[in-house]
Design a protein around this ligand. Structure first.
Ligand code: PMP
Length: 452
């Protein structure tokens, strides 16, 4: 019976001892209970009931090479034979990884490792305040930078939409968020006006160069240029949060694509194909403010920073990204999927915008062309967005059924996988059109505006 299914049993045990039954926000999805993962390999994962899914969720982005890449796994195992964590001095792997990042990422002269992307963005804002002696931080609608207080604003929120503040969580001091200004993405006028008004108090501008936390908003070049110009003119620190875009879109991140070099860059996700590695790098004079040398003002620490196993994972990942035609493969598959999906939606008469970049794709259900900013995404038909993704799961294809989530292809996906996704989408959209669950789905999917 269903009662006896292993997934149901594990999920019940999980809910008894783990709040909500999962270990991170947005892993528990309305309408998708009892998903207990037991295996992941290449482009697929399997659950405790033996169901197989072609995975386009990709853990919010890290496994660019595919799950459980054999070379990365071997490097981790090999590292474990030599040393684990000693917590004093430095290891050869950390030196090699720092040199590699400095070589690859244009803004990086010096770099520090963290375990997560949130730590990297936290330290970026702290060191910007230490460097400038200023209070304010500017962020943009639709951008997510982690769970810490300064950036913990709901990105899917009416308040955010009108420039107000809607904390992602209770327990955040209002005075912390008072120091965060939220501006519309791709809005040069708002940036110039804000610097004209507050320029002397702005410590940092932090931006996802491509806001993938609401699917995909592509940056206009004059917008990124305005961020560079205004921060330089007013002595503020420009931070590119490349936790998603870094390594996935190009080895040098979006800064290598746009030609606009920030002062600091935060990295994570694809850097180590799924192992917990984050990094903050940038101008040497800023990085040297971190307390990794005696007497420096900006405190920086982390017991697990630079753990040999995860450093080995990062080195093996970056080596493979450099050696093999990973980007060519995932970009071609991304194009194939976007073209196939656009054709399906057109055939079915469903208004849509299929967008993305390279390996990242997302289908919004709206008219009016490619979205430029968060406000445009309010036209997205949430019922269809969530509804067809829920039904995709029944066809063995996994895209996270939550509003505005992006999907990812990896080096392990094949053309056959891509074509199967397109056909599964055709079936799932037809089923959604024929169903009567529209309102209920819309309600469930807008619960919680946190992004990941
Ligand atoms: N920045 C961006 C752009 C992200 O997408 C994320 C996570 N999705 C973070 C920072 C935070 O990274 P982590 O979840 O590793 O703390």
């Amino acid at each position: 019976t269903v009662e006896d299914a292993p997934a149901t049993r594990f999920a019940r045990r999980a809910r008894a001892v783990i709040p909500g039954g999962v270990n991170s926000g947005q892993r528990s999805v309305p309408g998708l209970t009892d998903l207990v993962i037991t295996r992941a390999d290449g482009a697929r994962f399997w659950d405790a009931d033996g169901r197989e899914f072609v995975d386009y969720h990709a853990a919010f982005g890290p496994p660019l090479l595919g799950h459980n890449d054999p070379e990365v796994a071997a490097a981790v195992a090999e590292a474990g034979r030599h040393a684990d964590l000693c917590g004093v001095g430095v290891t050869p792997g950390e030196v090699e990884l720092a040199e590699t990042l400095a070589e690859l990422v244009p803004s990086v002269e010096k770099v520090l490792l963290t375990s997560t992307g949130s730590e990297a963005t936290f330290h970026a804002l702290r060191v910007a305040r230490a460097a400038t002696g200023r209070r304010l931080v500017v962020k943009f609608q639709g951008c997510y930078h982690g769970w810490h207080d300064s950036v913990s604003l709901n990105v899917i929120s009416a308040a955010d939409r009108v420039g107000g503040k809607d904390p992602i969580s209770t327990g955040i001091l209002p005075e912390v968020l008072d120091a965060t200004l939220v501006l519309p993405f791709n809005d040069v006028t708002a940036v110039r006006r804000t610097f004209a008004e507050h320029g002397a108090d702005i410590a940092a501008v932090i931006v996802e160069p491509v806001p993938h936390n609401v699917g995909c908003l592509l940056p206009e070049q004059d917008f990124l240029q305005a961020l560079r110009d205004e921060t330089t003119r007013h002595g503020a620190v420009l931070v590119f949060d490349e936790v998603i875009t870094g390594f996935r879109h190009a080895l040098g991140g979006w800064q290598s694509i746009s030609g606009i070099t920030p002062d600091l860059t935060t990295m994570g996700k694809a850097i180590a194909n799924g192992y917990p590695v984050g990094a903050i790098g940038g101008r040497a004079d800023l990085m040297d403010l971190f307390s990794t040398r005696p007497g420096a003002p900006a405190f920086f620490a982390g017991t697990y920073n630079g753990h040999p196993a995860v450093v080995a994972a990062a080195l093996a990942t970056l080596a493979k990204l450099r050696r093999e035609p990973v980007h060519e493969h995932v970009f071609a598959l991304g194009d194939r999927i976007r073209a196939g999906l656009a054709e399906v939606f057109a055939e079915l008469g469903v208004p849509s915008v299929v967008t993305g970049y390279g390996s990242v794709f997302v289908s919004y259900f709206m008219t009016g062309g490619v979205p430029r900013g968060y406000d445009d995404l309010l036209r997205n038909d949430v019922s269809m967005f969530v509804g067809y993704r829920r039904r995709l799961i029944g066809h063995g294809v996994f895209e996270l059924p939550l509003n505005l989530k992006r999907s990812h292809v990896s080096y392990a996906h094949t053309e056959a996988d891509a074509d199967r996704l397109v056909e599964a989408t055709r079936a799932a959209v037809k089923e959604t059109l024929a169903s009567g669950e529209v309102a209920e789905l819309a309600d469930a999917s807008t619960m919680g505006g946190a992004e990941n």
